[in-house]
Design a protein around this ligand. Structure first.
Ligand code: ADP
Ligand code: MG
Length: 505
C-alpha cells in the first residue's frame, strides 16, 4: 500500500514554487513535488521503478558499506536515495551557485584573520572544550610560524528554501562545512540514477533536463592543484580517514580522479600518523617514509574522533609544511559561533573590504542568527526563544548532524542554562521552514512508502591560495539531500537524509 493521497498537495498555505507553469497537470497550488504528481498516483509503476532504481544505484556506484561491516567491501549496499528527483526553484539554485565563490573568499579571509578568530571565539572556548583544543593548536602553530605556504579549501555551503516569512521562497544558509564536507563523490553519480528512473516512468524529457554534476572532479582538481604547487612530484596525497569507513566509496570517487592524473593517494588514520608520522628539519611531513604533499581530512571534526594520541597526530600534521585541507584556522572558520558573528552588522564588510557586491550576495542568504553571550542581548534572545521555541534552532559547536535542539527540548535546555556561562557554547538561529513535498526514500531493507519530505541544497566550493595569491576559486558542483519532515536534524551519514537530485522548476 502506498498511502500518498493524504500527502499530496500540502494545502492552501503552501508556497507557490512548483507547478506554476500554466497547464502543468496536477500541480496547481501543490507541493514542491508538483512535476511528479501524476506519477505519484501510479502505485504499480512506482514499485517497478524502485526496483530499477536500486539496481541503477548499484551499477552507477552510489554505494556504501554496511553498518555491520563498515571496513570491508565484500558485501556492500547502495547509499540511501530518493526515488524521484526533487523540485528546486531555478532562481534559488542559481543564486546558490553565484554566491559560492564569495563564500570561498570569505572563509579564506576568516582563516587568515587571527584577531577575528580570537575575538569571535573568546567566549566559546571558555566553555567548549573541543573548540578550545582546536584553538590552542591554531595558536601554537601560529606562534611557531607557519611552515605551510599553499592553502586548499574544500567546503560545502548548505541551504534550505525558506517559505516561512518570505514569499516567494528565499535561499537561506543552514551552515558552511569547512572540514570533511562529504558526498561530493556519490553526488557525482546520483543524477544518472534519477535519469534512469524518470525514463522508466515515461518522463524522458524530464530525464534529459537533469543537470550534469561532478563535484568529485572539482574537488580532485583542487587537491591536484595544491599537490602541484607543493612542488614535490614524488610526494603523495594523504586522505585522513575514520576508523569506521562506511562512506569509503564517496572518497574513492575523488581518489580515483587523482590516480587518473598520476597522483599517488594513501589512506591513513590519526593512529597511523601517530605511529608512523614525522617531520624533517624543514617540517616536511613523512608517513611510512613517504613525503605527504596534501592532507585531506575526512575525519577530525567531532570530539569522538580524538583521543590524546590523535590530538598529538593532529598537532604534528598542523605544524607540518604539507597542505592541510583544511588547515586548523579554516576548520575554526566553520564553527557555528563564527557563522553567528558573520551576521552582525559590519562584520562582512571588515572581512571583505572593497567587495560590496560579494557582501551583499552573502548577506542575502543569512537567516537570523543570535549570540547567547553573557549580557543583556543574550538574556533577551534567550527569553524570546524560551517563549517561542518553535521559531528557533539551538546549535552547539558541533558538526555531523543530530546535535541541534528544537521545540520543547530547546526550551528545557535554555531554561536550564540561561543564567550560566554554559549558554555561550550555543548559538540561536531562526528556524527555516521549507515547503514539504512527497517522495519515496529508498533504504536497504525498508518498506516502500511515501513520505512528506524537505530538501537541503549544498554547493561545493574549492579554492587554492599560494602565499597571498588566490590561484583557484570555484564552485565545484552540488549535493541535494532530502529527509522526512518528522526528522528535525541529521544528514545522510547520520541515517536521516538521503541523496537526491535537483529538478529545476
Ligand atoms: P551539522 O553541523 O550538525 O550538520 P547543521 O547546522 O547543518 O549542523 O544542522 C543539522 C541539520 O539541522 C540540518 O541539516 C537541517 O536539517 C537542520 N537545521 C539546521 N539549522 C536549521 C534551521 N535554522 N532551520 C531548520 N532546520 C535547520
Ligand atoms: Mg550540516
Amino acid at each position: 500500500m502506498l498511502p500518498i493521497d493524504g500527502l499530496l498537495g500540502a494545502g492552501p498555505d503552501c508556497c507557490p514554487i512548483a507547478g506554476k507553469k500554466a497547464g502543468q497537470p496536477g500541480s496547481a497550488g501543490s507541493s514542491m513535488a508538483g512535476p511528479w504528481d501524476a506519477v505519484l498516483r501510479d502505485e504499480a509503476a512506482l514499485k517497478q521503478a524502485a526496483v530499477v532504481a536500486v539496481d541503477a544505484a548499484l551499477l552507477e556506484g552510489v554505494l556504501m558499506r554496511t553498518d555491520a561491516e563498515p571496513n570491508a567491501s565484500e558485501v556492500v549496499s547502495y547509499a540511501p536515495f530518493t526515488l524521484l528527483p526533487s523540485a528546486v526553484p531555478r532562481a534559488l539554485f542559481e543564486q546558490a551557485y553565484a554566491v559560492q565563490r564569495d563564500f570561498n573568499l570569505l572563509v579564506d579571509a576568516i582563516s587568515r584573520d587571527k584577531e577575528f578568530l580570537e575575538r569571535t571565539l573568546a567566549s566559546t572556548i571558555k566553555v567548549d572544550d573541543f573548540t578550545a583544543r582546536l584553538f590552542r593548536i591554531h595558536q601554537q602553530v601560529l606562534d611557531e610560524g607557519l611552515a605551510q605556504s599553499v592553502f586548499l579549501g574544500i567546503n560545502r555551503s548548505d541551504y534550505m528554501f525558506d517559505c516561512g516569512a518570505a514569499s516567494p521562497p528565499a535561499l537561506k544558509q543552514i551552515e558552511i562545512n569547512t572540514i570533511a564536507a562529504s558526498f561530493g563523490g556519490l553526488a557525482s553519480r546520483t543524477a544518472a540514477v534519477h535519469g534512469r528512473v524518470l525514463r522508466v516512468l515515461g518522463k524522458p524529457e524530464e530525464a534529459a533536463r537533469l543537470l550534469p554534476n561532478n563535484p568529485a572532479l572539482g574537488l580532485a582538481m583542487g587537491i591536484a592543484k595544491a599537490w602541484e604547487l607543493y612542488g614535490s612530484p614524488s610526494a603523495v596525497v594523504m586522505f585522513l580517514v575514520e576508523e569506521s569507513q562506511r562512506n569509503i566509496f564517496d572518497q574513492r570517487c575523488v581518489e580515483n580522479e587523482l590516480w587518473d592524473r598520476n597522483i599517488r593517494v594513501i589512506r591513513r588514520r590519526f593512529r597511523d600518523v601517530y605511529e608512523q608520522g614525522s617531520l624533517d628539519g624543514t617540517r616536511r611531513l613523512f608517513v611510512d617514509g613517504q613525503e605527504v604533499a596534501v592532507v585531506y581530512y575526512r575525519e577530525g571534526y567531532v570530539p569522538s574522533n580524538y583521543d590524546q594520541q590523535n590530538w598529538e597526530a593532529r598537532l604534528l600534521l598542523e605544524r607540518s609544511r604539507a597542505v592541510k585541507c583544511p588547515d586548523i584556522a579554516t576548520q575554526l572558520a566553520g564553527t557555528k559561533k563564527v557563522q553567528q558573528e558573520l551576521s552582525c552588522p559590519g562584520t562582512l564588510e571588515k572581512l571583505l573590504p572593497g567587495n560590496a557586491e560579494a557582501v551583499k550576495r552573502i548577506r542575502a542568504t543569512f537567516a537570523g542568527l543570535y549570540s547567547l553571550d553573557v549580557g543583556e542581548e543574550g538574556d533577551q534572545i534567550a527569553a524570546t526563544a524560551i517563549a517561542n521555541p518553535e521559531r528557533f534552532v539551538l546549535k552547539p559547536q558541533r558538526e555531523g548532524g543530530g546535535n541541534n535542539l528544537y521545540g520543547e527540548e530547546l526550551k528545557q535546555v535554555l531554561q536550564r542554562i540561561k543564567d550560566s556561562p554554559e549558554r555561550t557554547s550555543y548559538i540561536l538561529m531562526d528556524k527555516i521552514e521549507p515547503q514539504p513535498s512527497v517522495n519515496y526514500l529508498l533504504r536497504a531493507r525498508s518498506p516502500l512508502k511515501a513520505s512528506k519530505c524537505i530538501s537541503e541544497l549544498g554547493i561545493f566550493g574549492v579554492y587554492v591560495r599560494q602565499g597571498t595569491e588566490l590561484v583557484l576559486n570555484e564552485a565545484a558542483g552540488h549535493l541535494l539531500r532530502t529527509k522526512a519532515v518528522e526528522h528535525a536534524d541529521g544528514g545522510v551519514a547520520a541515517g536521516v537524509a538521503v541523496l537526491d537530485t535537483p529538478y529545476l522548476v
